[in-house]
Each structure stands twice: as C-alpha cells, then as structure tokens.
Design a protein around this ligand. Structure first.
Ligand code: ADP
Length: 292
C-alpha cells in the first residue's frame, strides 16, 4: 500500500478568449470548480490504479473542504489522516485561453498549515510499502515524512514538483526521484539526464511527455521506455497519473522496466481525455493500453 503526503486544492477554472495583462479585465466564458492539487491527484491516481492509498493532508473549514474530501473518498482513498484546519482550503485560480495557454495563482491555504506529523501518520507511513510526496506542502513536513519512512524501510518516492532546490536532509532519505525535464534542470542547474542526478538520489525517473520515460539508478541500470502512441488531447494530470501508477507498481514489487511501462500507459490514457483529476485512469484502463 501507498501513503501520499501532499496538497489538496480546489481548482477554480475560467476559460476566456484571451488572458488579461496586468491591470486588465477580460470577460470569460465557462467557469468550473475541479478538485486538484498534486497530492490529492496522485492519491486518486494510486487508488484508481488499484493501490490501497492513505492520504495525509489538510483542508480548510470552507465549502470546498467537503468537496475535496468527497472526491478522494469517491475514488477509494482513505482520508482518515486528512486534517480539517481553520481558514480557507487551498485554491488555484486558473485562467485558460483558446490556445490552452494559462495563468495560475495558487493560494496554499490549509496546505500551509500541514506542518507537523503525529503518531497516527507515522504508523501509517511505517505500515506502507511506498511513501509518495510532492512539493506543494511545507518542505519541512516532506522531510519529516520521508525521514520516518526511511527509518523503517518504507520506499521514499518524491515527485519534485513544483521545481525547487532540495534540502540535503531530504536528499539523504530519498529512494526514488520522479521529475520532468524542467524539474531536472532546476535540480541539476542545467539540462540533465537521469544519470546526471544520481549523485543526489539512488534512483531517478524522468518523464519525457510523448517520448515516454528515462531511468537510471546507482546499480548501473539505464532505461528508456517509449510512451504508447495515442492521440493526446489534454496532458493535464498525465504526470500525476504516471507517478501514482509507478508508486502502485513499485509497491507491488514489479520489476522496474515493467513498472515504468505500466506507468507510461497510465500517463497516456490520461492524455487521451480532457480534464485533470477526472481523467485519471483505472487499473483496467491502464492494463488494456499496456498490453496493446
Ligand atoms: P508532466 O506533465 O509532469 O510534465 P509529462 O508531460 O512528461 O509530465 O507526462 C508524464 C507521462 O505521461 C509521460 O512520461 C508519458 O508516459 C505520458 N504522456 C504524456 N504526454 C503524452 C503523450 N502525448 N502521448 C503519450 N503519453 C504521454
């Protein structure tokens, strides 16, 4: 099973013919609210991919809190470790134009209040095969969770998004790093291959969009796995689908080449559909594309 520690946000999305510049107002068209946040998305991705998943995170005391909680429950995520704190839930204000260019402002809200782990969190982390974290909550909390996992032999997987330099206390306890090309460049200080990041972390997974994924580890394994050829219409959440599925496959003890190919199939299914968390694939859908 997998424990995810991370963010939950409500995405407030409006489409508009053009995006406003500073001081400008434009009239938009459709408005939607969509549960998001990399933590919640990856927890949903794990559960839909067939993994048992428990989510450690925080929502506020506003009207978005119940919707964020219910969305995870609906996909089978265990939310018994989800906190409710005073104040607003995390929100992302997103404007999208007709060319799919976007403007995003995130207000972390309750996610910023997730500063300490308690005994129940540590027990869950200790009982898990894989701990999966991202960087949309305070990094000190990620370090606490990763250190607790490392101490008992739970595999520590970090999706280093949004990109930022990583403190040495975190690097010391990481097993698997998952990054896209932009995130790898931030960590390495220059365009980098997975191999270039092995001085930081023992196992590095780099997603390459439609080109699939590259992998390197300190045992000398180097892999490049092609993505399944699909007609991509919206790659939003493809990275979350990939990362969640990879966590499930590693928790199941599947060999790395098979795990990466299966995770690529998850990302590809997601890319074929419009939507963010709603487009995360089920296990059957992943299996079907992976066997093709
Ligand atoms: P991110 O959105 O985090 O930058 P990527 O765009 O690299 O992540 O996508 C994550 C994974 O999803 C890729 O490694 C690939 O397996 C799959 N994927 C993304 N876009 C496509 C696509 N156009 N065709 C097939 N697979 C895709």
């Amino acid at each position: 099973n997998v424990v995810v520690v991370g963010s939950a946000n409500m995405d407030l999305v409006v489409t508009a013919p053009t995006l406003p510049g500073p001081g400008e107002t434009v009239l938009g068209d459709a408005f939607t609210t969509v549960p998001g946040g990399k933590g919640a998305n990856q927890a949903v991705a794990v559960a839909r991919a067939g993994g048992r998943c428990s989510f450690i995170g925080a929502v506020g005391d506003d009207s978005f809190a119940a919707a964020l909680r219910d969305n995870m429950v609906a996909s089978g995520v265990d939310v018994s470790l989800l906190r409710s704190v005073e104040g607003p839930s995390g929100v992302a204000l997103i404007a999208v134009d007709r060319a799919a260019e976007n403007l995003i402002v995130v207000a972390p809200g309750a996610n910023a209040a997730l500063t300490t782990l308690d005994k129940a969190d540590r027990t869950a982390i200790g009982a898990a095969s894989v701990l999966l974290a991202q960087l949309e909550i305070p990094v000190g909390t990620v370090i606490q969770a990763a250190a607790a996992a490392h101490a008992v032999g739970t595999t520590v997987m970090l999706n280093a998004a949004p990109a930022r330099p990583l403190p040495v206390e975190l690097l010391q306890v990481l097993d698997v790093l998952v990054v896209n090309q932009g995130e790898a460049e931030v960590l390495a200080g220059r365009p980098a291959s997975p191999h270039d990041l092995l001085d930081l972390v023992p196992r590095v997974v780099m997603t390459l969009g439609s080109r699939g994924v590259a992998y390197a580890d300190r045992d000398g394994v180097r892999l490049h796995i092609e993505a399944p050829r699909v007609t991509a219409v919206d790659t939003t959440a493809a990275g979350d689908a990939f990362t969640g599925a990879l966590a499930v496959a590693l928790a199941e003890g599947r060999p790395i080449d098979e795990a990466l190919a299966w995770a690529c199939a998850a990302g590809a299914v997601c890319a074929q559909r419009f939507g963010a968390s709603s487009s995360l694939p089920t296990r059957d859908e992943i299996d079907e594309l992976a066997q093709r």
